[in-house]
Ligand binder design. Sequence first.
Ligand code: SAH
Length: 481
Amino acid sequence: MKYFPIFADLQRADVLVVGGGEQAAQKIRLLRKTGASITVVAQTVTHEIGGLGEHGSLWIIRRPFEARDVEGQRLVYAATGDRVLDALVSSAARRRGIPVNVVDAPELSTFITPAIVDRDPVTVAIGTEGSAPVLAREIKSKLEAWLPANLGVLARRAQALRSLVAARLADPRARRRFWERLLQGPFRRAVLAGSEAEASRIVQAELQGASPREGRVALIGCGPGDPDLLTLKALQRLQEADVLVVDRLVDPRILEYARRDAERIEVGKTPRGVSISQAEINRILVREASAGKVVARLKGGDPFIFGRAAEEMAALQAAGIPVEVVPGVTAAHACAARIGLPVTLRERVRQFSVVTGATADGEPDLDWPALAARGSAFAVYMGVGNAPLLRRNLLAAGAAGDTPVVIVENGTREDERAIATTLHDLSDCAVHFAIAGPAVIFVGLDWLDAGLARPETVTHYRRQRQGARAEASRQTAEVLS
Ligand code: SAH
């Protein structure tokens, strides 16, 4: 190990940055996370650095570097972009025994800046001694995804409790066990989920020697299929779970991200197949969490959009079980993105709704005149089975037959299909393509309006007049990868 990692306290320390360009700005951005007093020596500075100078956040000396500038500095950075000048700065600092870093020149530096994962006060520094910066970046991005964004909040909570815990628990081993329980168990989850009151209750219980109940439920939006659309929070909750309670619409690829030993309960409801009732699902969630397990309730798309999350939350709240909702990418947004179809447009489409095409008794009772109005734009979920009814009601309420319609089936999955048609041809289209997978029907949205071309991956369907076969443009692959 040539470089020894240390964490230097820069509170109120004088730090000199020589140079005023983008490289200097990058160092300044990092240094400003500490409490250092920064001095910049440069003849010209970027707009950003100039602005910081005006606000008194750092001190700018606009003149050429002089060797005496390094005097009294705790650290010196040379980022002038001029090797000769950088070397001058370096030797001036070295002569006085002041640590110096020259950007991109380890041979002129006595220290280097690592890649940093910042969860202040938790900081991870990654260095490869300049051997493979790409490797450092890879490790950084893995850690960024893995560590919760608010991990620092947890560390600060622990900091605030330290003296209380030290006073209550004299035995160092008991103290260590206490911290392990706190920082890995329900307290950690409560703090990271933002449940302050619950976190305080857990600390009190722990200090009184009672082991608080572990059980909790996260209602996790798993998006439309593609696991890359999971949020980082969804991923974290998935990996913490002891039990997964899984909906039919959750893509099997997503389960790969859970712990191997997590128990799975499939509660998928198929449109016509055997189904587990909502009441039964609620019972399962309460039962598993009451047994002290950490439950991940995996839902397709977003839990709050046609996801019956409210019913599950109510049942859990009634049972006194903590529940957290993790949003997900909803089908309409994901499908629109796949086919490059904006759902609002400046000045043209100011309102976009999501509606359901199916209700408990099958017949959706929607505000047909509003949906049929000119300029109206919406996405229909669960609408394929009722396509003829949607078409009929919209036309009867005055919608134009040539209103653009786009159907996206199995969005973001391997068997994704997208078809553009019109309201007039909607029902024929659904039959012609035998749409059977989950599909979103967009009504009133068109690429043309947005000044865009229809992507080649979208098939065009128009019912042909009497006797002729329905024609679908063939230049496009019906199956998108
Ligand atoms: N909570 C989910 C919606 C559940 S309702 C969400 O926010 O996306 C089920 C309906 O969602 C389906 O009938 C279909 O209309 C839509 N849907 C879900 N996944 C889909 C997908 N991959 N492609 C197209 N539509 C999808």
